[in-house]
Ligand binder design. Structure first.
Ligand SMILES: Nc1ncnc2c1ncn2[C@@H]1O[C@H](COP(=O)(O)OP(=O)(O)O)[C@@H](O)[C@H]1O
Ligand SMILES: [Mg+2]
Length: 336
């Protein structure tokens, strides 16, 4: 028997449909599904679940702590709780850009507000320069621009600003969140890709004004569709996500990746349409059954270091890449 556990919050259509589908499709192979139930986690407690699908630990910190423990005990968690904790959208933009994906020009900004014990007039913030060169930053990303959080979602604190005055007015409302300032992409098409596993990608036409998924199978040309799928695969392989939506804004035939840190994507029937809901339930059920039978925990790790030849992939020597390429150990480092 292999158990699949689901963790979720205020979702109503996906959870029962998903659990029923796993139980139905997994019957022959002995895979069953149900809600994870927790009431205090003891160290070393053996993993009850072979796979857990996590759709809520960004809201409930205890769950995140439990999920890390579950990984340690051998559970395959979708999505990887360690990486989700470490990740942010600005880092993602930078990784994706280095991997050749079209990314709007983006600046990471110092946050507007701080906890009460941080004294903004003394040494607490000695590493910040003041005043910020707002004109220079706007010149870099262009006008209009988008101001939005470097993490989070749900369209909260997303502002379109046309000049410095509007930017500062919006920025003043964003305490305590670190924000990004981003080039505005005046898109003609917008695509949201459901992803099941890192490389099974389903691009869907999306209307951001109405915030609605559209069932339009020939929305993208063949070439554009192929590029969107390839870019979405690259992003998921780099960041390790297996349940995600990846959003692209298309301008002049180029798909710009706008939002791809959605590790608990909206799966509610009313919002994603009956057509895609059925698809999502089936694909998610098949994904977890496969992982329950064949999953290797190492597969949930992001691969950006290896793909870019940095960090651990560079051997943890701390050597500048140029020095490593030349084969010379930097002074002060230990020969291995
Ligand atoms: N750089 C951009 N250019 C044009 N529109 C954008 C840009 N960034 C965000 N948007 C618009 O704002 C919406 C919300 O931004 P997004 O980055 O997806 O954040 P969230 O995580 O809140 O969904 C997007 O769906 C898109 O319509
Ligand atoms: Mg979004």
């Amino acid at each position: 028997m292999a158990k699949v556990g689901l963790m979720c919050g205020r979702e109503f259509s996906f959870p029962p449909a998903f659990i029923a589908r796993v139980n139905e499709l997994g019957k022959k192979e002995g895979v069953t599904a149900g809600f994870v139930k927790l009431g205090g986690t003891k160290m070393g407690e053996p993993a009850e679940y072979r796979v857990i699908v996590d759709r809520i630990s960004h809201e409930v910190e205890y769950y995140r702590g439990y999920l890390k423990h579950a990984v340690l005990e051998g559970t395959y968690v979708i999505n990887n709780p360690f990486w989700w904790t470490a990740d942010d959208k600005y880092f993602n933009y930078s990784v994706a850009s280095k991997l050749g994906i079209a990314i709007p020009k983006t600046v990471l900004l110092p946050q507007k507000g701080y906890p009460a014990d941080v004294d903004i007039n003394s040494e607490s913030l000695r590493n910040l320069t003041y005043p910020i060169d707002w004109d220079g930053l706007l010149d870099y990303v262009g006008r209009p621009a988008i101001l939005k959080p470097f993490s989070g979602g749900g369209w909260k604190h997303v502002y379109k600003v046309h000049n410095k005055e509007e930017l500062l007015e919006a920025y003043d409302k964003t305490s305590p969140y670190p924000m990004t300032l981003q080039e505005f992409i005046d898109f003609g098409q917008y695509v949201r890709c459901f992803t099941f596993g890192k490389t099974d990608i389903l691009p869907v036409a999306y209307d951001p004004k109405e915030r609605k998924y559209l069932v339009e199978h020939s929305y993208l040309s063949k070439e554009l569709g192929a590029r969107v799928v390839k870019d979405a695969q690259t992003i998921n392989l780099a960041l390790g996500y297996e349940m995600n939506t990846i959003e692209f804004a298309v301008k002049d035939g180029v798909p710009y990746a706008i939002d791809f840190l959605n590790p608990a994507p909206d799966f509610e029937r009313d919002r994603i349409t009956e057509f895609y809901f059925e698809h999502v339930v089936e694909k998610m059920a098949r994904l977890v059954i496969d992982r329950a039978l064949n999953g290797n925990v190492a597969n949930t790790w992001p691969r950006w270091e290896e793909m870019l030849g940095v960090g651990a992939a560079a051997g943890f020597t701390g050597a500048p890449r140029a020095a490593q390429a030349a084969g010379s150990a930097p002074s002060g480092s230990t020969k291995r």
